[in-house]
Design a binder for this molecule. Structure first.
Ligand code: 4GX
Length: 213
């Protein structure tokens, strides 16, 4: 699943420039049985299979460095966001662990992982897409990955409001007009309009962003 998204575009450019080193590992390489078993049934019964601890511990212990942050991807983790992406971008080594099946043996959480992240409240088939989401959000924050223009646009998101509406040419498209204020050339008025739009838009679709945590 990782081939493709991580071999394209800005991520690939960052890899080629030596700004990001990415390695994909197969948990089955740390098994010893003929079937390369990485799952087993839960003690106490119940549906579904769990990631068994031995291959995970062996894999993480062989791959981790002193400074590594070991991060599980699962719906029970704390919710990933831009602030967490910034924290992770400051780390020198991340080891992202993507589970299949119904979950991890709890000892993986207790004794192996430094953190557990969820990319949102929905259920995916496995942790590969969440890992790629984290990789993508973190990579674009690494020094040198984006141009100055793109990076400074980010700061406008960190003020905690959604973006104001934007338009490009033509000024009239299928009878739909660009707001007069934007073509007026009055920069003070444009700035005020954008501030108001950002606020009303945030109130309408993301009121949670306006509440203190
Ligand atoms: N944000 N999934 C993980 C298997 C699993 C379940 C429990 C460990 C514990 C998801 C998400 C997500 C589906 C990835 C279940 N592994 N991960 N997988 N949303 O839905 O991070």
């Amino acid at each position: 699943m990782f081939a493709g998204p991580l071999d394209e575009s800005i991520i690939m450019r960052a890899r080629k420039a030596g700004l990001l080193e990415l390695k994909i590992h197969q948990l089955r390489d740390w098994t010893h049985d003929r079937h390369k078993t990485v799952d087993d049934r839960p003690f106490g019964g119940g549906p579904g299979m769990l990631m068994k601890p031995e291959p995970l511990f062996a894999a993480v212990e062989s791959l981790r460095r002193e400074q590594s942050k070991v991060i599980l991807l699962s719906p029970t983790g704390r919710k990933f966001n831009q602030a967490i992406a910034s924290e992770l971008a400051a780390q020198s080594d991340l080891l992202l662990v993507t589970g299949h099946y119904e979950g991890f043996d709890e000892r993986v959480r207790e004794s192996l992982a430094d953190d557990e992240l969820s990319i949102g409240d929905y259920v995916l088939t496995n942790g590969a897409l969440p890992a790629m989401v984290v990789i993508d959000a973190v990579t674009r924050l690494l020094p040198g990955v984006l141009g100055d223009d793109e990076s400074s646009r980010d700061e406008s998101f960190s003020h905690g409001l959604l973006e104001y509406p934007q338009y490009t040419r033509p000024a009239v498209f299928r009878g739909l007009k660009v707001p007069d204020v934007l073509v007026s050339g009055n920069h003070a008025q444009i700035e005020q309009w954008r501030r108001e739009q950002a606020k009303s838009r945030t109130r309408a679709s993301r009121p949670d962003l306006l509440k203190p945590d």
